[in-house]
Design a protein around this ligand. Structure first.
Ligand SMILES: C[S@@+](CC[C@H](N)C(=O)[O-])C[C@H]1O[C@@H](n2cnc3c(N)ncnc32)[C@H](O)[C@@H]1O
Length: 273
């Protein structure tokens, strides 16, 4: 069986940049932030979101946190602006710092074993009237054409298996987190919440983007591949068929994909009852 993905995790983050600016502006348009807000970014990775934040809020005072030292170093080298970089877990940082007007994260909650607990801790680090913004995706809100039965099978199995594994306390990323954002906001004690979607399509005439879509999907599936093979919910032949299908996309004149990012804006009232 072929390995699904040749790129490493840090390289994969660079495949997931499309539409970040749209998600950030959609979220910020719902907030009434001060001129120089105190902002905390959780799980900043290589700084894709940090750069957009600084573009949208040039006067912001930004703390960016990641537990991966190499990612943090890459971010610090590539992002030009006033950011304090913190090598820490999100939980430790949130327990030590407070009074943020905005806590923001992207493709981060899906990696947390207990996202509601993390969001509760983030709530306590917010200033009065502050906001949490979480940008996540959901594999069920994506379409690809051409497809094949193995891809459909692997996607279905990914949902069943990750839900079962997480219920059993096994730490695996949750590629279906987007649909849970409302429930997570309610359970973690915010006063108001809103989820909005930013979608984009890629077709054969989008050039290099087809290849990025292909590599990104393989990267996401690589996260759940060991689990699906271990449980027997998908087979090596399924993954081979998916790899072959995806590699053929860049030559297909009919290629179409739809990707949707979901953005939660969860706020605290200025006067809490
Ligand atoms: C998928 S990446 C997303 C990076 C970035 N937010 C982006 O949009 O490109 C997730 C990042 O969160 C970091 N991370 C995951 N859990 C963490 C935690 N509990 N504390 C700190 N960083 C965490 C990982 O090290 C990784 O860099």
């Amino acid at each position: 069986m072929r390995a699904l993905l040749a790129t490493d995790d840090l390289a994969r983050l660079d495949l997931q940049t499309a539409g970040v600016g749209d998600s950030v502006s959609a979220a910020l348009s719902r907030l009434d932030l001060p001129d120089a807000p105190r902002v905390l970014e959780l799980g900043c990775g290589t700084g894709v979101l940090t750069a957009e934040l600084l573009r949208a809020l040039p006067a912001a005072v930004v703390d960016a946190v990641d537990q991966d030292r190499q990612a943090l170093q890459t971010a610090a080298e590539r992002v030009d602006g006033a950011v304090s970089w913190h090598w820490s877990t999100a939980g430790d940082h949130l327990r030590a710092y407070s009074d943020y007007h905005l806590v923001i994260c992207r493709l981060f909650l899906m990696h947390q074993p207990a996202p509601a607990a993390l969001m509760r801790t983030a709530r306590r680090s917010l200033a009065v009237g502050g906001a949490l913004v979480a940008i996540e995706f959901d594999l069920g809100a994506a379409l690809w054409h051409p497809t094949c039965p193995s891809l459909e099978r692997v996607l279905r199995a990914a949902g069943d298996c990750t839900a079962r594994a997480r219920d059993a306390g096994i730490a695996v990323p949750d590629p279906f987190l987007g649909r849970q954002l409302v429930s997570l906001a309610r359970r973690s004690g915010y006063d108001r919440w809103h989820v909005q979607a930013v979608s984009r399509t890629v077709t054969a005439d989008s050039g290099e983007q087809v290849d990025r879509e292909a590599r990104n999907l393989l990267g996401v599936l690589a996260m759940v591949q060991p689990l699906l093979l271990a449980t027997g919910d998908a087979t090596g032949e399924d993954f081979d068929a998916v790899t072959e299908l995806v590699h053929g996309w860049s030559d297909s004149p009919d290629f179409f994909s739809l990707q949707t990012m979901l953005t939660l804006v969860a706020t605290l009232d200025r006067q809490r009852s």
